[in-house]
Ligand binder design. Structure first.
Ligand code: CTP
Ligand code: MG
Length: 226
């Protein structure tokens, strides 16, 4: 069995949420989003090695929240975030020395990832070198080209979530390149090195809490989870 790491990226400002504190620290039914996310990974595997990436101004707050949450913090390390998500991931990867391990990279703002999704990602990545969770699209899609638009085949597209899991040696090598604006996730960084990306099924509740409306949905998901 390979060692398992999870990098939880929580270094963003949450500007679209327009709240006083970064969105990952907002409480839903009395518990910060951040803590819910950490708990999910401990629930999947109590000995997983957790690296949380946060802006230096929130180091102390995060430490306090972890202490108050009464979770096993023995395997939790905290490191500094960067200006972009890419930089934050890169800082997290620097702490991992075991090139044969599997590392997941997960948005702190996705507290509703299921244990099943996490399990599929790590298992497939252990077999095939990488795995990322996805969902099919139920809406109709149109593609905008200049000032016209045309029907698009929705079966040709997938919605991509996190955790995205990788063999450490391969994702570290991929993150040695310079940042490009097309890198909206970690699989897109790996793909530029010529690796084929493996899709596994995600879960519908695994939303990325982004705008105030997502907090309304988050409360409903939480009630359904309990
Ligand atoms: N993130 C990070 N470091 C950054 C930017 C983002 O670790 N410099 C993290 C966020 O904290 C979040 C995840 O990456 O958990 C996904 O990013 P996003 O949802 O875009 O969060 P923010 O960048 O914080 O939000 P916004 O884009 O609205 O400012
Ligand atoms: Mg952002």
């Amino acid at each position: 069995m390979k060692n398992q790491y999870i990098i939880i990226v929580a270094g963003g400002k949450g500007s679209r949420m327009k709240s006083d504190i970064p969105k990952q620290f907002i409480e839903i039914n009395g518990e910060p989003i951040m803590i819910k996310t950490i708990k999910k990974f401990l629930f999947y595997f109590s000995e997983i090695k957790i690296i949380v990436v946060v802006h230096k101004d929130y180091f102390n707050l995060l430490e306090t929240l972890i202490q108050n949450a009464k979770i096993n913090s023995q395997n939790i390390e905290i490191t500094r975030g960067g200006d972009t998500r890419f930089d934050s991931v890169k800082n997290g990867l620097k702490l991992i020395k075991d090139n044969e391990a599997i590392v997941g990279i997960h948005d702190a703002a996705r507290p509703f990832v299921s244990v099943n999704t996490i399990k599929s990602c790590y298992e497939t990545a252990a077999k095939k070198g990488n795995a990322i969770p996805c969902l099919s699209i139920h809406e109709s899609l149109r593609q905008v080209i200049e000032n016209k638009n045309q029907i698009a085949n929705r079966d040709a597209f997938k919605i991509i979530q996190t955790p995205q899991c990788f063999l450490v040696s391969k994702i570290k090598k991929a993150f040695n390149q310079a940042y490009q604006p097309v890198f909206t996730d970690d699989a897109s960084v790996l793909e530029t090195t010529g690796e084929k990306i493996n899709l596994v099924e995600g879960n519908v509740e695994n939303i990325k809490i982004t705008s105030p409306f997502d907090l309304v949905i988050a409360k409903a998901i939480l009630e359904n989870e309990q």
